[in-house]
Ligand binder design. Structure first.
Ligand code: IFM
Length: 706
């Protein structure tokens, strides 16, 4: 199957969406799928992993590097650029097997047609490098000028982040360095070019950028090509550069880049027999997970919008440990470990946050930046009606974030057998998280159990609720995990007793007489309005449904999987009947307003032998970045970008749900439950240091070592 994503005409309404779906990246940076002539107006970005900056009191966010691929052409003095000049033909393409972006654009001029072809990739073999090949031709003789360079006037949501910019040229290599205001971090883009034709070249500097002007007389129907090798570095890099850019060639870089992707796909590719659309979407999701994997990096994690820009402040959410880490655990465990290392390294930040709220232990940042800095604001949504910041409780009440990290750690340990991580800081992290949940427990005078009050569960539309079923169950999981691990890493006996008491006495919500688990105290008393009714009450398409007065807040309509997430995570605690009943109850009440939602419903539907119900939700997750019109606004705040949690969730639904590959008694078993139209599946995965091949045919699954 071809892994090619193509758009065959130019539509300026797709610029932002294309920036996401045509993204290329290598974990060190992501390059939005914008065209070479685009500037900040078209949300062009080379988004850096793990580098943040704050301008005055605006939101702290990740930093975009000076853009070294900036290029456009002039013919007989006139510039031909999109979106300004309507093209005669335009095609944008992403070969997502190899992370190669290509565009072909033809414009009609008064003398004839001109064509620009540009191919580029973010080297996954040398993560500091970008390579690009640009070809110009005209079907008439003309005076051509190619303007190419480093555009330092970058797109920022809460910038500008570079308070100082330096630029220059040395030995044919141009550079632009931006220095961030808050931490004085330098981000440098360099580039050099190699033309295959004679031309006159001059350089032009502006206050932020440096450009080359390449002028030549173009003969009709002759191709004029140049290759550009670029490099991005920062003053806080985890790894060095590999070779001088003027000694690297496009061909050589492309060959080694493709070889590296071949290695990735050799383990990662999932074949679905009988459903090309699903296979395409799932592998496209896997492509994105690889573009953002922090390979060769120390203690870095993945932002909720990947490396597609500064949305959500470039911050790391629970998304990573709950939805993304599974893919890495089973295909690149060293990447999974890096993600966990990030949480271990940011434990102090989590301790500081807990202390700030008068709590013990580690309360991880809801929107975590470097060092565990909490990027989330108390006013994280802007009210579209008043244009005022709206008090939200993501930051202070989404207690479940710390438990997600422990859950992610245990998925890693169970699948890799790497208990060494416990002595490398993970045990301390678990204990600190357990202490945090212990400090949240409350006991009423007349009740024998502990409660957690004033929380926000995964369903963010209902804030400050008591005994959110998911949060309480996750807290219990953390207590149990700390106790279980204490066999390997002994802990103080008083602490052990305290954890046992917490685990045994925390209120865990049971199904009611009809088998339904109430999402939180009082949820069943809320108005049972249908999703359509709630939707009909919306006045402004961008308004926020949660918060104090949101349209969903006093109804049973929820944003995303909450009880359903809990059931799919603790499926062994419940009968299939209970899981099915809850799925049926909550699904029509769920907006799926978060891209994290559908995959959890899909998984639970698989666990309850309902692959046909699971299928559309799996497809929704796998196609999150392929489908136009995803949620782009929370109040008046832009939240568009790629959706790696959805991509990871699609992988989980495919492998753990449809293929039914789960761990039982320390072994992998495969109990497939494929949708009708799937004849079979085949893929590989890593488990406890070994590579396995999974083959499913005629409803039977086999797992064999390779
Ligand atoms: O972490 C999620 C949250 O659960 C819902 N809003 C978006 C966040 C980032 O993806």
């Amino acid at each position: 199957m071809d892994f090619i994503l193509t758009e065959t005409e130019f539509n300026k309404d797709n610029i932002a969406w294309n920036g996401n779906r045509f993204l290329i990246g290598n974990g060190y940076f992501g390059i939005r799928g914008t065209l070479e002539e685009y500037t900040k107006k078209q949300m062009c970005a080379v988004n850096m992993a793990g580098i943040y900056d704050r301008v005055r009191d605006s939101w702290r966010e990740s930093v975009n590097a000076p853009n070294p691929i900036y290029t456009y052409v002039k013919v007989n003095g006139q510039a031909y650029t999109l979106p300004d000049e309507k093209p005669k033909f335009h095609q944008q393409e992403l070969d997502f097997r190899y992370g190669i972006h290509c565009r072909v654009t033809r414009w009609k001029t008064e003398h004839g047609d001109i064509t620009v072809i540009c191919e580029r990739f973010a080297s996954i073999a040398r993560q500091h490098n970008i390579a690009m090949k640009y070809t110009f031709s005209a079907d008439f003789d003309c005076e051509a000028e190619i303007i190419t360079g480093i555009d330092g006037d970058v797109w920022d949501i809460n910038g500008p982040h570079f308070v100082k910019m330096q630029m220059g040229s040395k030995d044919g290599i141009d550079y632009v360095t931006g220095i961030t205001g808050e931490k004085n971090i330098s981000v440098t883009a360099k580039e050099c070019i190699r033309t295959d034709f004679q031309a006159e070249q001059t350089n032009q500097n502006t206050d932020k950028s440096i450009f080359r002007h390449i002028r030549f007389t173009a003969k009709a129907n002759k191709e004029y090509a140049f290759e550009k090798i670029a490099e991005i570095t920062t003053s806080v890099d985890d790894f060095g550069t590999n070779g001088r850019i003027d000694e690297l060639s496009y061909r050589e870089l492309k060959d080694e880049h493709k070889a590296e992707w071949d290695k990735i796909w050799d383990i990662s590719h999932i074949h679905i027999d009988g459903d090309d659309e699903a296979e395409y979407a799932l592998n496209y999701s896997i492509y994105h997970l690889n573009c953002i994997a922090p390979r060769n990096m120390k203690g870095k994690s993945i932002p909720a919008r990947g490396l597609s820009g500064q949305v959500y402040k470039g911050a790391v959410f629970w998304d990573t440990e709950m939805f993304m880490i599974d893919y890495y655990i089973h295909t690149a465990p060293e990447v999974a470990k890096t993600l966990l290392q990030y949480r271990i390294d940011t434990l102090d930040g989590a301790r500081t946050k807990a202390k700030g709220y008068g709590l013990d232990g580690a309360y991880y940042a809801w929107e975590s930046q470097e060092g565990g800095y909490e990027g989330c604001s108390d006013y994280n949504v802007t009210d579209v009606f008043t244009n005022r910041p709206m008090r939200t409780h993501f930051r202070d009440k989404q207690y479940h974030v710390s438990a997600a990290i422990v859950y992610g750690l245990m998925k890693y340990i169970n699948a890799t057998g790497d208990y060494d991580i416990l002595n490398e800081g993970a045990m301390e992290m678990v204990i600190e998280c357990a202490k945090f949940y212990r400090s949240l427990l409350l006991k009423k005078a007349d009740k024998p159990y502990y409660e957690i009050h004033d929380a926000v569960g995964p369903d963010e539309y209902h804030e400050r609720v008591n005994n959110n079923a998911y949060t309480n169950r996750m807290a219990k999981f953390v207590f149990d995990t700390a106790l279980e691990l204490s066999d390997k890493c002994p802990i103080d006996s008083n602490l052990k007793e305290m954890l046992r008491d917490s685990s045994e006495n925390i209120l865990i919500k049971e199904p009611d007489t009809s088998g339904i688990i109430e999402q939180f105290d009082g949820y069943f008393k809320l108005e049972d309005a249908s999703l359509n009714t709630v939707r009909s009450r919306v006045i402004n398409p961008k308004e926020y449904w949660g918060g104090a007065y949101g349209v969903a807040a006093d109804t049973q309509v929820i944003k995303q999987a909450d009880v359903v997430a809990m059931l799919s995570m603790f499926k062994n605690d419940y009968t299939s009947d209970i899981m099915a009943k809850n799925l049926k109850y909550y699904e029509p009440r769920t907006e799926h307003g978060s891209s994290l939602s559908a995959c959890m419903y899909s998984l639970l539907a698989c666990y309850t032998d309902n692959p046909e119900i699971a299928y559309p939700m799996f497809m929704k997750s796998a196609k999150a970045d392929l489908t136009k019109g995803g949620k782009e606004w929370a109040g008046s705040i832009y939240i568009g970008g790629t959706h790696p949690a959805s991509a990871g969730g699609a992988w989980i639904a495919a492998v753990k749900g449809f293929a039914g590959v789960i761990e039982e008694n320390g072994q992998l078993v495969c109990r497939p439950n494929l949708p009708e139209k799937w004849n079979g599946m085949s893929f590989k995965l890593m488990y406890k240091g070994r590579l396995y091949s999974v083959e499913i045919q005629n409803g039977n699954g086999t797992i064999s070592t390779i």
